[in-house]
Design a protein around this ligand. Structure first.
Ligand code: DC
Length: 228
């Protein structure tokens, strides 16, 4: 690769959206490593403010209070695997991964003031390029100008199976049925909210991740990259 090719690929923006458990994080992290791009987990930012809100007794229907809280809240990322997440300087990487915090993040994310505040931060983090971001509105709102836009998806059964296995490896006890119903509720809320619902951007490519290896999924996405 020539120097100019390297610098153009170094500025690529790849945006991935999709429902819970579709494999967005695994795929985005692997691609970021392979292509030397930064990785931005936008959902972790909703989870971080949800954690702070839950500690203060703020409920999912109190979007305005959560947005006000964000004004004095720092959310940051470190380097490493899993990528460390910081909330006002405290490492909360694992604390934000519970079902309760995921649910509260989903509920708070339906409120426009919360979205506005986080989208502004996310767009600032994407502005310099060289990033792969994933979430629910990465392709439609945060980075509609991205070089590659992917909607990653799999069946509800497959996504629930993966989440169930993931919980097992983390020692979180939950029946398959409860994991599936939680994913269904989360999907419904993320898809039906008025502000920036999870949807397929008109120029996004739908990539199926169910019953396929991560290598195959990554190959599909790499095939969409601009020719350097
Ligand atoms: O991707 P995740 O499960 O960590 O996201 C948690 C919740 O945050 C998700 O249910 C909806 C919300 N979210 C969002 O509204 N927009 C994003 N870009 C990312 C996440």
């Amino acid at each position: 690769m020539s120097e100019s090719q390297t610098s153009s690929s170094a500025r690529w923006v790849i945006a991935i959206d999709g429902p819970a458990g579709a494999g967005k994080s695994t795929t985005a992290k692997a691609l970021a490593r392979e292509l030397g791009l930064r990785y931005l987990d936008t959902g972790a930012m909703y989870r971080a403010i949800a954690l702070k809100a839950s500690r203060l007794g703020i409920k999912g229907d109190e979007g305005q209070r959560a947005a006000e809280l964000l004004e004095t809240t720092e959310i940051g990322f470190g380097a490493g695997e899993p990528q460390p997440v910081f909330l006002d300087g405290e490492e909360v990487t694992n604390l934000i991964r519970t079902n309760e915090i995921g649910d509260l993040a989903s509920a708070l994310s339906a409120h426009t003031p919360v979205r506005k505040a986080l989208v502004a931060r996310q767009q600032a983090m994407v502005a310099a390029g060289g990033v792969i971001l994933e979430g629910r509105d990465a392709t439609t709102v945060i980075a509609p100008q991205a070089d590659v836009k992917v909607y990653l998806t799999a069946s509800l059964e497959e996504r629930s199976r993966r989440r169930h296995v993931e919980f097992g490896t983390k020692g979180i006890e939950a029946s398959f049925e409860s994991v599936r119903s939680q994913i269904e509720i989360r999907d419904h809320r993320d898809i039906t909210r008025e502000d920036s619902p999870l949807s397929v951007a008109p120029d996004a490519t739908i990539v199926e991740s169910g019953c396929r290896s991560i290598e195959d999924v990554i190959a599909d996405i790499k095939a969409l990259l601009p020719k350097a």
